[in-house]
Design a protein around this ligand. Structure first.
Ligand SMILES: [Zn+2]
Ligand SMILES: [Zn+2]
Length: 671
């Protein structure tokens, strides 16, 4: 479609637009027996009575999507779908034997016409060139979707809840998708003349990320996080800002599943938001677990949780998952694309294309990037995506804007050396870890060291807390992990998180067994900053024996128990049987930097150097004031060596400041 028809398409009334879509679909897929065409969320869904035709003409669907510049999906008419019993039987009888399918792990999504199957080898099940999936669709009318079942002893339940959830909510989700579709493809009132960016949180600070992008015509919220230090409303972003109204919001876009980016999302639903939330599939799975845990955490700490399971469930009906690299309409004048951010599983750099070529915003969320080759050692995820078609404004995280991190390979060496020393003196090594990201990173490092015989073969590694649930989700998406790890899983059936010595602890009696045993061991447990969780139980018993060691592998926020111990506090008051006891810390305390999931200062600058094209405006957020100031100064001084043609406009705004982004040229400004 050329530029002229593109802009005229934006000005069509919804009725005219619908007519155009119907005639284009009819033209392109003439021989299919079309029974309905619906706007379902950001997708145009074409229902057909002869699914076989679509399978044989997949290219035509792709071409149509390209021509319309919309996501087009073809579904079978519910009337032609075979019964569930027949479909299960068909799959069981015809699936490749070693695919590992189980009839109790098959779910039917009637809204999408999908049969969702958890299998040991989803690739085998789908078949080469999706051969088996095609066969299932042709024979039963159901589209086969397969996902990896976590290998035992990892639990299947947590992957299952979210995997099967859409099925239970089918009628409500269908209604929601229609409403969302109508809103996305609505008639536009104004042409986009300006764009405003307002930080409701995470500007001038780390935590409670929430950024409002207002184009006059539409409003999108990037992230909806909480601050990590407290559980009350002071941890929420400024939802009472005059520019922010929940009922005017077109969409929420979530960069990744950490609570400082997603923690208050259900609260928006409590306030009446019913629009779509865009995120990647793993972000949805992980966020679901973390948000439920956030409710429990608040209860345990005696704080009224800001929302309940009810709002989390409403939220689930509105989530639209988008894979990396797929362009999706989120408002009449905004297109969204996610790219890998390298930070945690499913984390995304968010690209917004606003107006017809008016402006492009790139929001990094949290990113990891590498400068040295060695830093890639054992990384679970590939580095953040750095090549785009257009970027005028960059919103860049600056967590380590002022700090360098030691090389990754050195950090790994230090950890393994310490583990060996503690083992030799028959002590226990306690590692507090964040459940998402760092836990999997450290686990992979330890498993690898045992394989390479740089750690004793018989050393048990106990893993406690939420880590197990999240690790299950990591194993469900091997294709998103870095190449060597993905290949080991997919080709050799090897799992980087599972080894004979890795023992998953899931109850307090097992925990006591670990504590009371005389054997040396390694214990990984949440929470990462020792703000609660099973790590406290271990610490209570291990702290007073100098044979043991405590090692911090991630950032410890000011005021947390982790930070206090790391900074030298050796007498800790702890509650035990409702009494206070003074714990004397005699175990060795070590901090190892270099495992961070955030780009270090030099990596952030290197990212800017490699970023194409160069933005004209750089907004720095997600950093302490000194980190933001230091990074801003470096960019201002070094823009030439970073490859910029002219000095970029570097801004470090405060929360609630409004930044107006002007269109690219005067001519576009007038359109
Ligand atoms: Zn994060
Ligand atoms: Zn963050």
């Amino acid at each position: 479609m050329n530029a002229q028809t593109k802009s005229s398409q934006e000005r069509l009334s919804p009725l005219e637009f619908r007519k155009l879509i119907i005639s284009e679909v009819a033209k392109a897929l003439g021989e299919a027996v079309i029974s309905a065409i619906e706007f379902e969320g950001p997708e145009i869904a074409v229902y057909v009575k002869n699914p076989k035709y679509i399978i044989e003409n997949e290219n035509k669907v792709k071409e149509l999507a390209k021509k319309l510049r919309k996501r087009v999906v073809v579904r079978s008419d519910p009337k032609v779908r075979k019964s569930k019993e027949y479909t299960i039987k068909f799959i069981l009888e015809h699936a490749p034997e070693d695919a590992g399918v189980d009839p109790s792990l098959m779910f039917f999504d009637e809204v999408l016409g999908e049969v969702r199957v958890l299998a040991d080898k989803p690739g085998k099940l789908m078949g080469k060139g999706r051969k088996f999936a095609t066969l299932v669709l042709a024979e039963t009318g159901w589209r086969l979707v397969a996902q990896r079942r976590p290998p035992p002893p990892l639990p299947v339940e947590d992957v299952l809840t979210v995997f099967a959830h859409p099925v239970a909510q089918a009628p409500e989700r269908k209604k929601a998708l229609r409403e969302i579709g109508e809103r996305i493809f609505r008639e536009t009132i104004t042409n986009t003349r300006y764009i405003r960016v307002i930080g409701l949180g995470s500007f001038g600070e780390v935590g409670r990320s929430a950024i409002l992008v207002d184009t006059g015509e539409s409003r999108v919220l990037l992230d909806a996080g909480v601050a990590p230090e407290s559980l009350g409303p002071q941890a929420f972003p400024y939802l009472d800002a005059p520019e922010f109204r929940v009922d005017e919001l077109d969409a929420v876009v979530i960069s990744h599943a950490h609570l400082d980016h997603v923690g208050i999302l259900p609260l928006l639903f409590k306030y009446g938001f019913r629009g779509p939330v865009y995120m990647t599939l793993p972000t949805r799975d992980i966020a679901y677990i973390l948000l439920k845990d956030y409710i429990d955490l608040a209860k345990r700490e005696g704080v009224e949780p800001p929302y309940t399971l009810k709002e989390i469930n409403t939220m689930l009906t509105r989530i639209i998952t988008v894979p990396y690299g797929v362009v999706t309409d989120v408002a009449p004048n905004i297109k969204l694309t996610f790219y890998n951010a390298g930070h945690i599983l499913g984390s995304a750099v968010v690209h917004l294309h606003i107006g017809q070529g008016l402006h492009n915003i790139l929001y990094t969320g949290d990113i990891k990037y590498y400068r040295r080759k060695n830093d890639r050692a054992l990384r679970l995820l590939p580095p953040a995506h750095d090549k785009f078609q257009r970027v005028e404004t960059l919103i860049l995280e600056s967590t380590y804007g002022a700090t360098e991190q030691p090389p990754r390979d050195k950090a790994e060496e230090d950890l393994i050396r310490l583990a060996n020393e503690v083992y030799k003196r028959k002590g226990k090594l306690l590692i507090p870890v964040l459940a998402v990201g760092r836990a999997q990173d450290i686990l992979a490092v330890l498993v690898n060291a045992i394989e390479k015989k740089s750690l004793p073969e018989d050393i048990p590694i106990y893993v406690d807390g939420m880590v197990r649930k999240i690790t299950s989700i990591y194993t469900a998406y091997p294709e998103l992990l870095s190449r060597p790890i993905a290949e080991a899983i997919l080709k050799e059936g090897k799992n980087p998180f599972v080894a004979e010595n890795v023992i998953w602890v899931n109850d307090s009696s097992k925990r006591m067994e670990v504590i009371e045993s005389n054997e040396p061991c390694i214990i990984l447990s949440t929470s990462g900053m020792m703000q609660g969780g099973p790590v406290i139980e271990y610490f209570k018993y291990l702290a007073e024996d100098p044979k043991n060691a405590l090692v911090f592998v991630s950032y410890q926020a000011p005021g947390t128990l982790g930070r206090r111990i790391l900074e030298g506090e050796r007498e800790i008051e702890i509650a035990e049987d409702s009494k206070l006891r003074i714990l004397k810390v005699k175990m060795e305390v070590v901090g190892i930097d270099g495992f961070s999931g955030h780009a270090s200062r030099s990596e952030l600058l290197f990212y800017l150097k490699n970023l194409e094209p160069k933005p004209r405006t750089i907004i720095l957020n997600h950093g302490e004031p000194n980190a933001l100031a230091s990074l801003a100064l470096s960019i201002k001084n070094r823009w030439e060596s970073l490859g910029f043609q002219s000095a970029p406009n570097v801004i470090v705004p405060e929360n609630l400041e409004s930044i107006r982004l002007y269109p690219r040229t005067f001519k576009l400004h007038m359109i």
